[in-house]
Design a protein around this ligand. Structure first.
Ligand code: S5P
Length: 260
């Protein structure tokens, strides 16, 4: 049972080397927190990454909301990721035909393929999107991984029924490149795949725009291996204190899960 296995054991079962690396760093840093740094200024993201860095497994970005994006920012972010040992995920949610996705991944202002360890992808266009992204990774020497979005957190999402089931099989069949699933419930029994679950907040149940929140223990018990926290940390009066509190609660819930 995936949910009962410790991260260090699952690191050996993952087919993607980056999934193994991620599971190992979660174990060694004792954190299953993915921080959504949804901020508009590079300085603010770098400051947050430096403060929270030692306590998170993944820093998740939406680079297209940044107002002063530049290459120096990426170099500094990569430097912080190396120093504090976390991975970078660009939550691009690619959702077009293969050819367009491979161009969006590799070119343009953001050159995501050059720096993001992990990306998010919608399975909407079919399984060939994975091959297209593989093409976009050509000559990139660092390991790369994909999180496939099987199920969204928002109220009224269309990711249900057969769509959801097909997304899971797509991930399981491409587990050499797919590191895990973005979803709200325990959908895959494959111990080498990670479940990334957003919609986590301690003090709110929604955000007024149909985001739905659960608490750390609920999402970990629903199968989350990595829990995404954004505004619960970025809008706290003390971001470090908030990050530490989410980290503590998420890790305790994980330990309880594997030991129960
Ligand atoms: O279904 C989803 C998938 C994602 S990746 N629901 C989500 O909320 N997300 C992302 O998680 C979203 O884009 C945002 O970056 C983060 C949640 O942020 P929060 O402020 O609501 O915690």
């Amino acid at each position: 049972d995936r949910l009962k296995l410790p991260y260090c054991k699952r690191a050996k079962l993952a087919k993607n080397p980056l999934a193994s690396k991620l599971l190992e760093l979660m174990e060694s840093k004792q954190t299953n927190l993915c921080l959504a740094a949804d901020l508009k200024k590079t300085d603010a993201i770098l400051e947050l990454a430096n403060t929270a860095g030692p306590h998170i497994a993944v820093l998740k970005t939406h680079v297209d909301i940044i107002e002063d994006f530049n290459e120096g920012f990426i170099l500094q972010l990569k430097d912080l990721a190396k120093r504090h040992k976390f991975l970078l995920m660009e939550d691009r949610k690619f959702g077009d035909i293969g050819n367009t996705v491979s161009l969006q991944y590799r070119y343009g202002l953001y050159k995501i393929a050059e720096w993001a360890d992990l990306i998010t992808v919608h399975p909407i266009s079919g399984a060939s999107v994975i091959d297209a992204l593989k093409k976009g990774m050509k000559n990139i020497t660092e390991p790369r991984g994909i999180f496939l979005i099987a199920e969204m957190s928002s109220k009224g999402t269309l990711t249900t029924g057969d769509y959801l089931k097909s997304a899971v099989s797509m991930a399981e069949e491409a587990s050499n490149l797919v590191v895990g699933l973005v979803c709200q419930s325990n959908l895959s029994a494959q111990s080498g795949l990670l479940q990334l679950t957003p919609g986590v907040q301690l003090s709110k149940s929604d955000d007024g725009l149909d985001q739905q929140y659960n608490n750390p223990e609920t999402v970990i018990n629903a199968g989350a291996d990595l829990a995404v926290v954004g505004r619960g940390i970025t809008e706290a009066s003390n971001c470090l204190k908030a990050a530490l509190e989410y980290k503590r609660q998420l890790w305790n819930a994980y330990e309880k899960r594997i030991n129960s």
